[in-house]
Design a protein around this ligand. Structure first.
Ligand SMILES: Nc1ncnc2c1ncn2[C@@H]1O[C@H](COP(=O)(O)OP(=O)(O)OP(=O)(O)O)[C@@H](O)[C@H]1O
Ligand SMILES: [Mg+2]
Length: 220
């Protein structure tokens, strides 16, 4: 059984089929890079994957069950979406890291937070930084860490390294590769063709809301 399956999916706005009769099966443990021209439907596809928006026609199955049957809040705890434009809330980095514990009613695990900060080469003091003073690349990584405090079933990444230098891009890539090896299914939108060749077992090209190709990468 696929972890996620699109069946003749349409997302229509006015006369535009932004997602146009798309069918795909995504297996648990897949690491799929999503590429294609700007406006091709990549972000829309990710938003459908976590039910941030709903199909106009067709079906999406999560673990074999129609997505509409799930409580959207439960679904979003399982399927985590990292936005193309990172949005942080509250005043400080701390506010962002405490939130995932709050929504789950769980005790804050400071060790986990420090471990992730270290992995992404931040000092512990970064915890207290004000969100408004962060650089674009820092915002991207803090948003990513917030998504990683609890291991999702599926992690959706929307151009999360676009503002990062080469070194930080590699750190993020390594962290995501580790997660994938730990069983997390990854769908990663990128414009960086080199990136799409580095990891991953499939490359999905979306154009005009349709699948142009789905290439399976042979591991060496
Ligand atoms: N809610 C919406 N209402 C109207 N049009 C929309 C909506 N969401 C997306 N679109 C349009 O759908 C198309 C696909 O948008 P989408 O953001 O999915 O593209 P993308 O492949 O992620 O592009 P980019 O690489 O620039 O991020 C675009 O033409 C966009 O303007
Ligand atoms: Mg996009």
């Amino acid at each position: 059984m696929s972890i996620l399956e699109f069946k003749n999916a349409f997302y229509t706005h006015g006369d535009d089929d932004i997602i146009n009769d798309l069918s795909i099966k995504i297996d648990k443990g897949d690491f799929i890079y999503i590429v294609g021209p700007s406006g091709g439907g990549k972000s829309t596809f990710l938003k459908l994957c976590c039910h941030l928006i709903s199909l106009t026609k067709g079906k999406i199955l999560y673990k074999g069950i129609d997505m509409n049957q799930y409580d959207p809040i439960d679904l979003r705890l399982d399927i985590s979406y990292c936005f193309q434009t990172p949005y942080l809330f509250g005043d400080t980095v701390e506010d962002n890291f405490l939130f995932p514990y709050k929504v789950r009613n769980k005790k804050v695990d400071l060790n986990k937070i420090y471990e992730l900060l270290e992995q992404f080469k931040f000092n512990r003091d970064f915890f207290k930084k004000e969100v408004k003073n962060l650089s674009g690349g820092e915002k991207q990584r803090i948003a990513l860490i917030r998504n990683l405090l609890f291991k999702p079933e599926i992690l959706l990444l929307d151009e999360v390294t676009s503002a990062l230098d080469a070194e930080n891009t590699l750190i993020v890539e390594d962290a995501i590769k580790d997660l994938n090896e730990d069983g997390v299914t990854i769908l990663w939108v990128t414009h960086d063709i080199e990136q799409s060749k580095r990891h991953g077992n499939k490359i999905l090209t979306l154009e005009n809301g349709k699948i142009k190709s789905l290439e399976v990468i042979q591991s060496e």
